[in-house]
Design a protein around this ligand. Structure first.
Ligand code: ADP
Length: 422
């Protein structure tokens, strides 16, 4: 199919997403438990935008001519890599679908995508819309299945040419080994995080409190880039803590379909129990429980928005990815100290910096070992902005121009010339 044909199909698909956005947002909430307003107002528009962005790329991908030494005409062809295997998680079922499918299709590949076992509905539904948009049968294949069976089959398959995975660091290591042991398929990994959110003494406190709250509690705390270590300068620590605690206590928890609800249930009993274990570990290791700390209500996997203060770097709640509504607030004295502490983690996905001082912002931006640094903002996810991790948060980048290379092979074509080239 020509690149322009591909582009038109992806654009038609985006139009169909727009037309069916009510059903799609409802499916996402049913499956995942996330607030319907969040799915409808934030995630579905981003989903549509992402596909339009990649539709725009489809006919702008091309090689180069290369001025090589000797009597040759040299060019590169940027070809599709082939069959892309894609494994996605449950926290943002459709956005993860888009980050993977958008660039793979724009580059002309075929796809076998495995959705997460907790959230199979929306990927199946939108695949039907892709078919309606004119995508030929067999180009996009969606599988519902479990990780160690369906996921492992994809990761170790000899006919899968590329693997893209988003999930936990533990599983990332497993699929990377499977890819190596089978056909050495290239792998992109988007894994866990323990991102610092640094509030300097000169920050706009109210804005920082609100965004630190958002950075952690958004999507029930189930974000790989959650700002899960809130470092606050000692000069504003007490005021920040009071306000952060008050904000968490105001957070509206409940039926995700009810208007105004900010936080729904956690994804499943396994995550629910794991988060409660981390909360108990925080209390046992001596952190101060400022608010929450228990299940919310008596049924469903709801957890009270929880805030800990006096958190120390060596506590489990400051080291492990909790993936739940548990904010850890830590105190710092100076920039060198907070840089060292922020970087003392095996992860490196994202970081937030709150300051009014350009020099402080520049110093922190350069020193932090993270794939994204948000300054006076957080969780800004434009389709054109690359996303990915340093260290054990992953390999490669998704979104933006950077994701195209994940789905292309470069072929060098060298042609001998009859007449001298130079
Ligand atoms: P989480 O702990 O957030 O559920 P996982 O890494 O377990 O994260 O899951 C992310 C995705 O990886 C899901 O689609 C899951 O089914 C898949 N998965 C889990 N285990 C494996 C495995 N052994 N091989 C391949 N895929 C797996």
């Amino acid at each position: 199919m020509t690149p322009y044909e591909r582009s038109k199909i992806i654009l038609r698909f985006a139009d169909l997403l727009e037309k069916h956005s009510d059903e799609i947002a409802a499916l996402e909430t049913w499956d995942n438990g996330k607030p319907h307003e969040q799915a409808a107002k934030a995630e579905i528009p981003m989903l549509i935008r992402l596909f339009r962005y990649y539709a725009g790329w489809a006919d702008k991908i091309h090689g180069l001519t290369v001025p090589a030494d000797g009597n040759y005409h040299v060019q590169t062809l940027h070809e599709p890599i082939g069959v892309a295997g894609q494994i996605i998680p449950w926290n943002f079922p459709l956005l993860m679908f888009a980050w993977k499918v958008g660039p793979a299709l724009a580059c002309g590949n075929t796809i076998v995508l495995k959705s997460a076992e907790q959230t199979p509905l929306s990927a199946l539904y939108v695949s039907k819309l892709f078919h309606e948009a004119g995508l030929p049968p067999g180009v996009l294949n969606v599988i519902s299945g479990f990780g160690p069976t369906a996921g492992a089959a994809l990761a170790s398959h000899m006919d899968v040419d590329k693997l893209a995975f988003t999930g936990s660091t533990e599983t990332g290591k497993i699929v990377l080994q499977m890819a190596a042991k089978s056909n050495l398929k290239p792998v992109t990994l988007e894994l866990g995080g323990k991102s610092p959110f640094i509030v300097c003494g000169d920050a706009d406190i109210d804005k920082a409190v609100e965004l630190a709250h958002f950075a952690l509690f958004f999507n029930q705390g189930q974000c790989c880039c959650a700002g899960s270590r809130t470092y606050v300068h000692e000069s504003i620590y007490d005021e920040f803590l009071e306000k952060a605690k008050a904000r968490a206590m105001r957070r509206v928890v409940g039926d995700p379909f009810r208007k105004g609800v900010e936080q729904g249930p956690q994804i499943d009993s396994e995550q629910f129990e794991k988060i409660l274990r981390y909360i108990r570990s925080g209390v046992e290791s001596g952190a101060t429980l400022e608010s929450g700390g228990e299940r919310f209500g008596s049924k469903g996997y709801y957890i009270q928005p929880t805030v800990f203060s006096n958190v120390q770097d060596d506590m489990l709640i400051a080291k492990d990815e909790i993936f739940g509504p548990v904010q850890s607030i830590l105190k710092f004295k100076d920039l060198d100290e907070v840089i060292r502490r922020a970087n003392t983690t095996r992860y490196g996905l994202a970081a937030g910096v709150f300051t009014q001082n350009i020099d402080t912002a520049n110093t922190l931006t350069r020193a932090l070992r993270a794939g994204t640094v948000w300054i006076n903002c957080f969780d800004v996810f434009d389709a054109a902005i690359p996303f990915g991790g340093y260290k054990m948060s992953g390999q490669g980048r998704e979104k933006g121009i950077y994701s195209l290379n994940n789905y292309l092979q470069v072929k060098a074509v060298v042609t001998s010339l009859k007449k001298p080239a130079w």
